[in-house]
Structures are given as structure tokens and as C-alpha cells.
Ligand binder design. Structure first.
Ligand code: FDA
Length: 316
């Protein structure tokens, strides 16, 4: 893992940094690389273009840590409209048949962080979205946020899965708990998106070194690939992409029982290579104006981006 990541993530928390980064021309160019647009009108052509290139999409309406009930309700309304628009575009096709479009959602955007009854409100809001998604033939996957939310988030997923068995969950390989979460959640049809993890976490709960995180990812991937679920291999790391290919060959897993997933704007050529090889490649496509948290996590993944942060701070 990039050794500067915690430094960048810590700097990103400051309101001074937020002011320095918001609204500059350089920032706007970087935002455009990682974020598909400010609204659905800008998002939809981007999603259509990705689909034309043989890739599938999972769309995220940006927003997190909502502390206002009205904002959580507005997020639900936007997701419902998004689900309708995605459904109108039809399911995605791949070898072996059609496959649903997908939305990704953060429970903290649905009210999980509200001071009174946050987790229950987020669960109710997610249920509302899942009902709309089920009607439209769209999948939903719940993003993973910082470790203080993991137990509540997985509790919500467990509560809704009996009604919506296709509801996906994200697990973060950097957390010590994740290998056992993988084992618990790798049941029949269970859609699990495995990523390394993007937040600044203490050593008590998370591996800190890059090689430890990679090793944990490999152990978790092994559990998921040998299980009965539907693993979603969310990484750009060539070592892990190769490991997934080897595990698929070793276990004889059919190509329509797992997906590769990458983020919009990252390793485009590799995305096309995997899609061209007949594998399911789903791109996580964010849109919306609340891009600050998402962007700073993307920047923190690349040491080269430290300069950008420092320049912004000095120039502010
Ligand atoms: P790693 O960071 O080692 O990157 C491998 C290579 O990919 C790099 O060498 C570089 O070439 C390229 N790369 C990676 N990040 C880049 C960047 N920002 N800019 C340019 N190139 C880059 N996390 C989380 O905590 N909760 C979540 O819900 C999700 N959801 C999610 C969905 C999907 C579909 C993906 C792909 C990822 C997430 N993540 C996430 C983010 C994830 O945890 C992780 O931070 C990033 O994917 C980066 O880790 P990699 O596995 O790609 O490896």
C-alpha cells in the first residue's frame, strides 16, 4: 500500500484542504477523470459508451456521511430515478445471457450516520431502493465505508438478503475480520465485492503494510472463489487480477459466476483487455457534485498525487 496514503487521507480531512481543492481548474480536470458527471444527464452517455465497449457498469450517486434526514430522502429519490433510467437502457448482455445493471450505494448516504435511529433509517431506505431495483431488474450493492460502520452495514445486508438475495456487499481485505466475513458470506449466490479498502484505519483493526493487505486479499479471494457465491473481484492490482484468473482455472468456475470490477478512469486498457477476453468486466461509475471524499481516496492511492495536494495547500 502507498506509504503516503495515511498522510494524504489525514490532510484530506481538513476543512482548509477541502477549501483549497474545491473549485480550482486543476481539480476540475482531475474530477473529470474519475467522476462521470455532475448529474444523471451527464452520467447516462458515459455509461452507454462503457456498455458499447463491452463493459458493464455499477453506478454510484456520490454522497456520504449525511447528517440530515431530508438529504438522505433526496438521495433515495435520486437513486430511484437512476434505477428507472438504467432499467430503461435494458440489461447488459454477456456470453451466457443478460445480466442486470447495478447501482452501488453507501449506507451513510441513506442516513446511517443520523444521530437518532441512523442504522434503522438506512436499512428502511435501502429496502425502498431494493424494492424499486427488484421491480426494474437492477442489482444493488452496498459499499463498505470506514470500520466503525462495518458491523452495522453487514447487519443491514443480512437483514435484507432473505427478501433480496441478490443484494451485494463490499468487503475490505485490509480489515482483520474480513477473511471470516468472506467465509460467512460466501453462501449460494451471495454477491461479494472484494476490494483492498480505501479508508485510514488503525492497526488494531486493519493491516497497514501493502504486502499484508495483498496477502489478506489473496486469502479472502481463495475463500470466495472456492465458495458457492458470486465473487466480484474489485481491484486494479495486476498480481490480484492474475491470481483471480488462476483460481478460476483451478476451481473450474464458469465465467458467468464471477466478475472483475474496476473504477471509472483507472486502467482503462486493462478493463478492455478483460472484457475482450470474454470475462465480465464491470466499471464502478460515480457521478454527482459530492465528489470530495471519493476524489481524495482516489488521489491517496497514488504517491504521485501528494504533490498535487501540497501545491493546493500552499497555494490556498
Ligand atoms: P493498488 O492500489 O495497489 O493499485 C494497483 C494499480 O492500479 C496501481 O499500481 C495503479 O496502476 C492502479 N491504480 C490504483 N488506484 C489508482 C488511482 N487512484 N489512480 C490511478 N491508478 C490507480 N474501497 C472501500 O473502502 N470501500 C468500497 O466500497 C470500495 N468499492 C470499490 C469498488 C470497486 C469496483 C473498486 C475497483 C474499488 C473499490 N474500493 C472500495 C477501492 C479499493 O478499496 C482500493 O482503494 C482501490 O481499488 C485501489 O486498490 P487496488 O486493489 O486497485 O490496488
Amino acid at each position: 500500500m502507498n506509504p503516503l496514503r495515511p498522510v494524504i487521507l489525514a490532510a484530506a480531512d481538513s476543512s482548509r484542504m477541502k477549501r483549497a481543492l474545491t473549485g480550482t481548474k486543476v481539480t476540475a480536470e482531475i474530477v473529470r477523470r474519475f467522476v462521470a458527471g455532475d448529474d444523471r444527464a451527464e452520467l447516462l452517455p458515459v455509461a452507454a459508451e462503457l456498455r458499447t465497449s463491452g463493459r458493464m457498469v455499477s453506478v454510484d450517486f456520490l454522497g456520504e456521511n449525511t447528517t440530515d434526514r431530508a438529504q438522505a430522502d433526496a438521495t433515495v429519490a435520486e437513486y430511484r430515478a437512476l434505477i428507472t433510467d438504467l432499467a430503461a437502457a435494458g440489461p447488459e448482455s454477456r456470453t451466457g445471457g443478460a445480466i442486470p445493471m447495478e447501482v452501488s450505494v453507501k449506507l451513510s448516504a441513506l442516513g446511517q450516520a443520523l444521530s437518532v435511529d441512523g442504522p434503522a433509517i438506512a436499512t428502511d431506505n435501502l429496502r425502498t431502493l431494493c424494492r424499486a431495483a427488484a421491480e426494474a431488474g437492477v442489482w444493488v450493492t452496498v459499499d463498505a465505508e470506514d470500520h466503525t460502520t462495518t458491523a452495522a452495514t453487514l447487519a443491514t445486508v443480512r437483514a435484507l438478503r432473505p427478501e433480496f438475495p441478490w443484494l451485494g456487499a463490499v468487503l475490505q481485505a485490509y480489515l482483520h475480520r474480513t477473511e471470516s466475513d468472506c467465509a460467512e458470506l460466501a453462501g449460494p449466490g451471495s454477491r461479494i465485492r472484494l476490494c483492498k479498502g480505501a479508508y485510514r484505519e488503525p492497526r488494531e483493526v486493519a493491516f497497514q503494510r501493502g504486502n499484508e493487505v495483498t496477502d489478506s486479499y489473496l486469502r479472502c479471494l481463495d475463500v470466495l472463489m472456492r465458495g458457492d457465491g458470486y465473487p466480484m473481484v474489485a481491484t486494479h492490482d495486476p498480481v490480484l487480477v492474475l491470481a483471480a484468473e488462476q483460481l478460476v482455472a483451478e476451481t473450474g468456475r464458469a465465467t458467468d459466476t464471477f466478475e472483475h470490477q474496476m473504477l471509472y478512469g483507472i486502467r482503462d486498457a486493462e478493463q478492455l483487455r478483460l472484457a475482450g477476453a470474454g470475462l465480465t468486466m464491470r466499471v464502478y461509475v460515480p457521478y454527482g457534485s459530492q465528489w470530495y471524499g471519493y476524489l481524495t481516496r482516489r488521489l491517496a492511492e497514488r504517491p504521485a498525487n501528494l504533490t498535487f495536494f501540497l501545491r493546493a495547500l500552499v497555494g490556498s
